[in-house]
Design a protein around this ligand. Structure first.
Ligand code: BTN
Length: 273
């Protein structure tokens, strides 16, 4: 069962939302809608996902009303080789929204909110938001990018499964407030629409340097886990194309994809939620 809403995001634009009380995955549904030709900024939002998808074929735990689970169709008119930078811009927009939300409540003592390459958001080192991108890109054209966003909102520490509870955090755990998820979605989409549209007009080096300003694990030992190998080194930063640069035993290594594990106080941060 699906419901349709429209929310205004600025003076002349509205966003169409497809709402499902329960769905397997908002990303799967958004990919079908993108293939059917639905326009940019079409959103699929669900109270609950029964088969939420994380990166690297992980499951994204998505119980009813504890988090904001939604996917946005984007159709950026940029060169294919710039797609990485769009991913960085997306992470920056989401990071700054979370920062605004928690800083309003804790102006005296705002927590540190960082990006973990490529696009996880960490609050005081714990995962608060994950982003899953699915796209269809030909050598000439980006047909669509579906950005699936999972933001932990109303969970208390005991609500997370045991394997996540030491590595995940929610907005409520920081501000002490309970949020009405739909109201938060509306707030988020208005912010997202305006900030992201401004950000993607900016020059690449602005996005890269902003991203580096908020990047976790720089100058620390990290491991990038790929399907068949692990690349280890000290994280140096991001290159002009949005790849991660490590200083390894054989010199600098450019990493284009993979699962980054940072190590804080001797613990692995293989955060998947
Ligand atoms: C990650 O592994 O960090 C990415 C998690 C992305 C989860 C979101 S929740 C909404 C959207 N629908 C999905 O099935 N996954 C994404």
């Amino acid at each position: 069962m699906e419901d349709h809403w429209q929310i205004p995001v600025d003076g002349s634009h509205s966003i169409n939302i497809f709402y499902y009380p329960s769905i397997d995955s908002t990303n799967t549904r958004a990919v079908s809608l993108a293939r059917e030709g639905k326009p940019e900024w079409t959103v699929v939002f669900a109270s609950e996902q029964t088969a939420g998808k994380g990166r690297i074929n992980r499951i994204w735990w998505s119980p009813p009303d504890l988090g904001l689970w939604f996917s946005v169709i984007l159709r950026p008119k940029i060169r294919v080789k710039s797609v990485n930078l769009l991913n960085l811009a997306l992470a920056l927009t989401i990071r700054s929204f979370i920062e605004k939300l928690v800083t309003e409540k804790l102006p005296e003592n705002p927590p540190r909110i960082q990006v973990k390459w490529p696009n996880d958001i960490l609050l005081e080192g714990k995962k608060i938001c994950g982003i899953l991108l699915e796209s269809e890109i030909t050598p000439q054209k980006i047909k669509y990018i579906v950005a699936g966003i999972g933001l932990n909102v109303n969970q208390g520490r005991d609500d997370f499964p045991a394997d996540l509870s030491s590595r995940a955090i929610s907005i409520k755990m920081v501000t002490g407030e309970n949020y009405v998820i739909f109201r938060l979605l509306t707030q988020f989409l208005k912010y997202f629409y305006n900030d992201f549209n401004q950000l993607r007009e900016k020059k690449f080096n602005y996005i890269v340097s902003e991203y580096e300003n908020h990047l976790a694990f720089t100058n620390q030992y990290v491991e990038i886990h790929l399907q068949d190998k692990v690349i280890a080194g000290v994280q140096k930063g991001i290159d002009p194309a949005g790849n991660l640069v490590l200083s390894g035993s054989q010199g600098d290594v450019i990493v284009t994809a993979g699962d980054l594990w940072g190590f804080t106080e001797g613990n692995s941060d293989d955060s998947d939620h």
